[in-house]
Design a protein around this ligand. Structure first.
Ligand code: GDP
Ligand code: MG
Length: 177
């Protein structure tokens, strides 16, 4: 479908230091499936990728930390995103403990939407400093009714899968609408 249907906006949320910019950079490093020139700025990345044989324009925004809690910019993020990646670091329990609050605020701002939200446990490569287990991440996602994935932005492990998953979550909801 033309127009808005073909452009999906994905917002990276989460505490400082969890790897949002590294994930955005990994997305920016993906090859454009339709050979477009990459359109990147410092904090937004646009790619045309093929997911399940269908092309989509995905724009990833790494702007969450430019606003304070409750700021206009954060509200704008929450209101305009088509999907949300709530990132924590598996090596930082504090970042994990902040997830419910972020998610509840997100849902409170858009109460009539079934928002595509993925809980992302990043830095899975740092096995020795892990503070949050895979099971805890899964369990929290189950409690909060969202998806869950572990990634390593450093090793590009599961990063393509993460962004493809976001596309699938958006499509799934649109096909039901
Ligand atoms: P942001 O504040 O959420 O944007 O986090 P950054 O992307 O700036 O990452 C914070 C620090 O963690 C940087 O030093 C990154 O290199 C590092 N980092 C990010 N993702 C990973 C990862 O998956 N594995 C490892 N080992 N380090 C990571
Ligand atoms: Mg950053």
């Amino acid at each position: 479908p033309a127009g808005r249907g073909g452009v999906f906006k994905v917002m990276l949320l989460g505490e400082s230091g969890v790897g949002k910019s590294a994930l955005a950079g990994a997305f920016g490093g993906l090859q454009d499936d339709n050979a477009h020139e990459p359109e990147n700025t410092e904090d937004t990345y646009e790619r045309h990728i093929i997911v399940d044989k269908e092309e989509v324009t995905l724009v990833v925004y790494d702007i969450w930390e430019q606003g304070e809690a409750g700021s206009w910019l954060r509200e704008h993020c929450l209101q305009t995103g088509d999907a949300f990646l709530i990132v924590f670091s598996v090596t930082d329990r504090r970042s994990f403990s902040r997830v419910p609050e972020t998610l509840l605020r997100l849902r409170a701002g858009r109460p009539h939407h079934d928002l595509p939200i993925i809980l992302v446990g990043n830095k899975s490569d740092l096995a020795w400093s892990r503070e949050v287990s895979l099971e805890e991440g899964r369990h929290l996602a189950g409690m909060l009714s969202c998806k869950h994935i572990e990634t390593s932005a450093a090793l590009h492990h599961n990063t393509r899968e993460l962004f493809e998953g976001a596309v699938r979550q958006i499509r799934l909801r649109r096909s039901r609408a």
